[in-house]
Design a protein around this ligand. Structure first.
Ligand code: SAM
Ligand code: SF4
Length: 334
């Protein structure tokens, strides 16, 4: 019997988010700069290494994997990785594998994802207006993403839309987006913008829109019932009486969820971040590459978890408008 991963604050680590690439076919203004320098390929974990890494975490008690990026579906042959992970779903060791995607490649992969055991996807979409979509993503095209969303629903995947709340940008679409999601049976989660990437430069399309205000706006039209759903992360949920959908609010800058935090993040180069808001990380690529035996890797993971901090440091009162975090979201994965 392998001992599960428990951190110094008695939190069991059962959720791993994995960034499988730093690359993306979009350049969202709050996430990346226009001219991104991507990592040399040799720095990235290979698909085999990703499999070994994730399988080791599963052996140590991780029950939920979320695959992210960059854009996970632009990684070459990524479906091989998903197909590989399905053995852990079949054995029951892994309860769920999901992904967060910009949707641009879903028309190609939705069916394969379902066949590999994926049942839910989070798709990021900030606006239903084609011109605004092109502005916020710089390189994205809305019709392609809408086609991907349709393909996901047709394949039987449960879809949740993630929308970054941007003042002066999508404030006017609050009800349109909510109702558009409801009409397709999709849940919706709003994300408070974090001071990362290039926010604050000339490409700024919106500013901080507090989810407290967003929620008040939503309550002007709908009846919102708090629901006790807790995922161990920074999301809070309500049920909208009129549309019967679940709407979530992710406020990563608040500290009120750290005590229940059950997650860690692995970058595409094998760095393990124990907390989204802290710079501390552990390199897992070296122990992985140094030995074919997983013992070295297991020890490195246990040591990293023993250093998981109690909480994070984000604080808008101290944040500079150009972002106090040096990491891009695409590096650690959203
Ligand atoms: N490319 C995929 C996508 O867009 O869904 C996965 C990676 S992306 C980094 C994951 C999530 O992070 C997306 O929902 C995106 O909107 C969100 N995100 C990126 N930068 C952010 C920021 N500065 N503040 C808040 N959310 C951000
Ligand atoms: Fe790409 Fe997702 Fe970042 Fe947009 S938010 S640039 S789609 S990784």
């Amino acid at each position: 019997m392998t001992d599960p991963l428990i951190d110094p604050f008695q939190r069991a680590i059962s959720y791993l988010r994995v960034s499988v690439t730093d690359r993306c076919d979009f350049r969202c203004v709050y996430c990346m700069s226009e001219k991104m320098q991507f990592l040399p390929k040799k720095e990235l974990l290979t698909l085999e290494e990703l499999d070994r890494m994730c399988s080791t975490f599963v052996r140590l008690g991780v029950r939920k994997l979320r695959i992210t990026g960059g854009e996970p579906l632009v990684r070459r042959d990524i479906m091989e990785f998903f197909r590989g992970m399905s053995r852990h779903l079949e054995s029951g060791d892994l309860h769920e594998i999901t992904l967060t995607t910009n949707g641009s490649q879903l028309h190609r992969f939705a069916k394969d994802l379902y066949a590999a055991g994926v049942r839910r996807v989070n798709i990021s979409l900030d606006t239903l207006d084609e011109a605004k979509f092109a502005r916020v993503t710089r390189w994205g095209r809305l019709p392609q993403v809408l086609k991907g969303i349709d393909a996901a629903l047709e394949a039987g995947l449960k879809v949740k839309i993630n929308t970054v709340a941007l003042k002066g940008f999508n404030e006017d679409e609050l009800f349109t987006l909510t109702e558009w999601c409801a009409s397709r049976g999709m849940d919706l989660t709003f994300i408070e913008v974090m001071p990362m990437g290039d926010l604050g430069n000339e490409d700024r399309v919106g500013q901080y829109w507090s989810l407290h205000d967003l929620r008040s706006d939503l309550a002007k039209r709908y009846t919102l019932h708090d629901i006790p759903l807790r995922t161990g992360g920074p999301a809070r949920y309500v049920r909208v009486g009129e549309t019967r959908q679940t709407v979530g609010f992710i406020t990563p800058l608040t500290h009120n969820f750290c005590e229940s935090c059950n997650r860690v993040r692995l970058t595409c180069t094998g760095e393990l971040y124990m907390c989204l808001g802290q710079e501390d990380m552990a390199d897992l690529r070296a122990p992985l590459r140094d030995s074919d035996d997983d013992a070295l890797l297991e020890n490195a993971i246990r040591k990293a978890i023993s250093l998981k901090p109690k909480g994070h440091d984000f604080d808008y009162s101290r944040a500079r408008p150009d972002g106090q975090m040096t990491r891009h979201m695409s590096h650690t994965g959203g």
